[in-house]
Every structure is written in structure tokens, then in C-alpha cells.
Design a protein around this ligand. Structure first.
Ligand SMILES: [Zn+2]
Length: 294
């Protein structure tokens, strides 16, 4: 049974230690996070066209960016994703029965509106100018500064954007993670005390005291610092000649560190939980299929 332990975590970033695992398994989680974790993203945008007269001035729905580019930018805005409140359109309890074009209800779609005017010298329209039709779906304040377009005096933009649940394998906008990578967990091994003095004399972060009586360093965050420190005496440096691997790194069998960032649509922890759920669901289905055939 694979065990997962969170090493470091905040809303946007997480590092997880997976033990009793193998490379293929950790990679399956990585791929599921990228391409199979359900996420809300803006999928269609209706741009209003025309002119508006306001205080004797004419404002036209015009701007420097083509509608396609604006729509593409909207798709990249992190839409708060609540997996227990929203469904995929094709499995929505209230509208999945309808033909594809007619689908879309409060259980499977989130609608945002925006009506913004330009100003003298130009004004940047941002994600903060979008309002959610309903309650609880507003874009997090942290992401309000994401630019959408820039408008001058006399220019305006008005649109309705619809977000639906999707998966990263269909479009990158539905991928909730970025910067995702994993590596084997390593420990530091002190091989030769005398030569390792070369590293201690550089006064970096790790000292001889960090190693235990068997000459091993196992603390994950300290090993990460050690890896950085070793670059100062590693290949390509002058010290490498005399240091001669006085301290080496050893892989811990079956242990991997997986780390990634969330795009902001959900916390990194939720993304991980959902990915694991998806993966185990898929294997469960496979097991049933095999059981029926065999
Ligand atoms: Zn629906």
C-alpha cells in the first residue's frame, strides 16, 4: 500500500513524500494531475457588439485585442472549482439528457459577466472586473490583477463567459497544475570525514553536525539544502578534484518526492486528492471489467 506524507504545503504549492511506491505509479499520479483532474474553466464567451450612448458620449465595443485573444485569456483565469457543487455537463443530474447545444444549468455551468469602459490614456480591464452571476463563484481576490485587455476612451467591452467542468487532456485550460515533477528521495552519506572538510570550509548551509553517528543525513529539507551545497564541490568545480565524492547522495528505494503548484482554481491538496480519486476510480472500473470477462 502506497503511503503519502505531506512534506511542505500551502494553498498553491505542495510537496508529498510517497513511500512503498514505484516510478511508474508516481508517474501515473503526475499524469493524472495534468490531464485527468476535473477543473472549471471558461469554455464559451459571448461578446456583445455595438455602441452605447452615455452622458452624450458614444462608446463602441472595440479594443486592441481581437475577441479570440480575449477569449483565450479568459480561459486561463483560475475559476474557483467546487467539485461537490458542480458536475460535468454530460453527467449533470438536471441537463445531461438534453442535446449538447441545450445543456447548461446552475449545476454544471458558471456564468461571469463583464462590462468595462476605457479611459484617457488607457485602462487595463482585469479579472477583477468580472462578476459571477450567483453566489460563491467570484474569482479569488488574489487573481484580480490578471489582465484581460486594455481600453482607451470611447472603447468598451461587454461579454458573458461560461465556465464548465473539463479535463486537461481535452485542453490545457482544464489542467489545474503546473511545474509538476518528482524525484527519488535521497539521503546524504558521509564517506570520508577528512575530505568533507572542503565543503564545511565553504561555510554553506549544512555542517558536519547535521549528519548522524552513522554518517547519514535523512531529513528531507536538509537533504535538499545539501544537494544545493554539493554543487559547490561537484563536477565542473575546482574543489571536485580534491573532494572526490567525500559526501554522496543515495536514492531511497521505493520513496519519491512529488511536488507541484496549483493554478489557483483549487488548492494543491484538493488537486492531489482528486487525481488519486480519478486514478483509483479508473483502476476500479478496470478490475470490474476484467472480472466480468474472466
Ligand atoms: Zn446541467
Amino acid at each position: 500500500m502506497v503511503k503519502a506524507k505531506v512534506i511542505e504545503e500551502n494553498d498553491e504549492k505542495i510537496s508529498i513524500l510517497l513511500s512503498d511506491a514505484d516510478r511508474a505509479f508516481v508517474n501515473a499520479i503526475r499524469r493524472t494531475l495534468i490531464s485527468d483532474t476535473p477543473k472549471m474553466a471558461i469554455d464559451t464567451v459571448r461578446f456583445e457588439m455595438g455602441t452605447i450612448e452615455q452622458d452624450g458620449e458614444i462608446w463602441e465595443t472595440n479594443g486592441p485585442l481581437p475577441d479570440e485573444v480575449v477569449a483565450q485569456r479568459l480561459a486561463m483565469i483560475p475559476i474557483p472549482t467546487k467539485h461537490d457543487e458542480f458536475h460535468f455537463q454530460d453527467s449533470c443530474p438536471s441537463c445531461a439528457e438534453l442535446v449538447v447545444e441545450d445543456r447548461g444549468c446552475p449545476l454544471c455551468t458558471m456564468i461571469y459577466t463583464c462590462k468595462a469602459f476605457g479611459s484617457e490614456g488607457g485602462r487595463t480591464v482585469t479579472a477583477g472586473d468580472m462578476s459571477f452571476l450567483g453566489a460563491g463563484g467570484s474569482i479569488s481576490e488574489k487573481y484580480h490583477s490578471i489582465p484581460i485587455t486594455r481600453l482607451s476612451h470611447g472603447q468598451m467591452i461587454e461579454f458573458y463567459a461560461t465556465a464548465i467542468m473539463g479535463r486537461g487532456r481535452d485542453h490545457a485550460k482544464w489542467s489545474p497544475v503546473c511545474g509538476i515533477a518528482f524525484s527519488p528521495r535521497q539521503v546524504g552519506v558521509l564517506n570520508v570525514k577528512t575530505r568533507s572538510k572542503i565543503l564545511w570550509d565553504l561555510n554553506l548551509t549544512i555542517t558536519a553536525k547535521d549528519f548522524d553517528s552513522n554518517g547519514r543525513l535523512e531529513d528531507i529539507s536538509k537533504v535538499a539544502q545539501l544537494i544545493n551545497d554539493l554543487h559547490h564541490v561537484g563536477e565542473g568545480t575546482e574543489e571536485a578534484m580534491s573532494f572526490k565524492n567525500a559526501i554522496t547522495l543515495e536514492d531511497v528505494p521505493g520513496e519519491y518526492i512529488l511536488s507541484f503548484e496549483s493554478d489557483g482554481s483549487m488548492t494543491a491538496r484538493v488537486a492531489f486528492q482528486k487525481a488519486v480519486q480519478e486514478l483509483s476510480g479508473r483502476f476500479g472500473e478496470l478490475k470490474e471489467d476484467i472480472a466480468t470477462v474472466m
